[in-house]
Design a protein around this ligand. Structure first.
Ligand code: S3P
Length: 425
């Protein structure tokens, strides 16, 4: 479907959010000074920096995107003087809890109203099994969490859900445990924690769907260049892919194979996407991505593909609404417990814009190509990825959409609007 929209140019994405979180946490546990270049300066990652400062680490902003972190070593953190505020960030609370569970002191972690609705049972259960005392609202399932850490034992933990946050939380607790800790994954999830820990000298062993951490004596400091965030790139990949004739280049994006599910699906839909100058930076694969827009066709997305694109599904829904035919996404029940229920959020926004779509308990279907109704009002539900997806839909369809609450975009991608305006110019 020809639309009169021009999308071209080259853009650089902000630093990867998952890697930025992990870098501040692990650098705080290292011995000596770490340098983190390309750090994501956004609400969520600043929450993690604030948490590590509250625990006594020296976290200094050398510039907007570079941190110098003076680590306190594995035994050197101190009891925070106040409640820790994780803001909107599930990663701060869940992975951070893995560290707090092992400290010989009390920590209380809370968050904003969205985070206080998100399930914490998934980390409370294994961390309690390791020996921590954790309580929370609603039978220890919801934040705030009150964590009395202490001596932990290594466990073997079979995760009921594929979650990199849960895996990372248990692995970080395992750094401090007596004996090795093994996590068994139902499906492979992002492995940034494992890669970073290995680069800091910890012994991490992967065997099939199991990963084991052997408690190290110490962690070496990091000198890290954080790659561009593929989850932020996702919005621009979808924008260019969905507009026939568009061409966009995104430089220096992390292309860890456990994060590139969206690239595979967009290619299946007919988009031309090339990964150029593939290289390794900071133990992670990085590439310049070229994307060309063509007429896309609806596809089926399978449950085993979801962990590799879990944050990109709202953006994919935009491509699906503009593609010809039906897209079916299954095995995505985890979307219901993200910053919002992303299945409800996308189906209700797309429906109000005139897109034929519907829910499954574990996913959604979308029928395209749709003519997007102009001037409608849609609610982001305070969810950054919903807000950005709707802005991309508006840009790709060339139709104004009034989006309620776009401030939440700053939790992961403060420069989003500026880059969008540039590539549309
Ligand atoms: C993340 C893992 C994913 C993702 C989140 C970041 C991480 O969550 O949705 O935005 O950094 O480990 P789950 O582990 O809950 O799937």
């Amino acid at each position: 479907m020809k639309r009169n929209i021009r999308i071209s140019g080259t853009a650089r994405m902000p630093g990867d959010k998952s890697i930025s979180h992990r870098a501040v946490m692990l650098a705080s546990l290292a011995e000596g000074e770490s340098r983190i270049r390309g750090f994501l300066h956004a609400g969520d990652t600043l929450s993690t920096a604030g948490m590590m400062r509250a625990l006594g680490a020296g976290v200094r902003e050398v510039s907007d995107t570079e941190l110098a972190v003076t680590g306190r070593g594995l035994r050197g953190l101190s009891e925070p003087g106040d409640v820790i505020d994780a803001g909107n960030s599930g990663t701060t609370m869940r992975i951070g809890a893995g560290i707090l569970a092992a400290q010989p002191f009390l920590s209380v972690v809370t968050g904003d109203p969205y985070l206080r609705r998100r399930p914490m049972q998934r980390i409370v259960e294994p961390l309690t099994r390791m020996g921590a005392a954790i309580s929370g609202r609603k039978g220890n399932t919801l934040p705030p969490l009150c964590i009395r850490g202490g001596k932990l034992s290594g466990i073997r933990y079979e995760m009921p859900v594929a979650s990199a946050q849960v895996k990372s939380s248990v692995l970080l607790a395992g750094l401090f445990a007596a004996g090795p800790t093994t996590v068994v994954e139902p499906l492979p999830s992002r492995d940034h924690t494992e890669r970073m820990l290995s680069s800091m000298g910890a012994k991490i062993v992967r065997e099939g769907n199991e990963v084991t951490v052997h408690p190290p004596d110490r962690l070496l400091p990091l000198s890290l260049d954080v790659p561009g965030d593929i989850s932020s790139a996702a919005f621009f990949l979808v924008l260019a892919a969905s507009v026939p004739g568009a061409g966009l280049r995104l430089d220096g994006v992390g292309v860890n194979p456990l994060r590139t599910g969206l690239v595979n699906v967009l290619r299946r839909m007919g988009a031309e996407i090339r990964l150029e100058s593939l290289r390794q930076e900071g133990g992670e694969p990085v590439a310049d991505i070229e994307v060309m827009g063509l007429d896309l066709a609806g596809v089926e997305v399978f449950p085993e593909e979801i962990p590799g694109m879990v944050d990109e599904v709202p953006a994919l829904c935009v491509a699906a609404a503009l593609a010809g035919g039906r897209t079916v996404i299954r095995g995505a029940g985890e979307l219901r417990v993200k910053e919002s229920d992303r299945i409800v959020a996308m189906v209700s926004a797309l429906s109000s814009l005139g897109v034929r779509c519907g829910e499954y308990p574990d996913g959604l279907w979308i029928e395209g190509p749709s003519r997007i109704a102009p001037g409608m009002r849609c609610d982001s539900r305070g969810d950054h990825r919903i807000a950005m997806s709707l802005q991309v839909l508006s840009a790709a369809a060339g139709v104004p959409i009034e989006i309620v609450d776009t401030e939440c975009i700053d939790t992961s991608f403060p420069g989003f609007r500026g880059i969008l305006a540039e590539v549309l110019a």
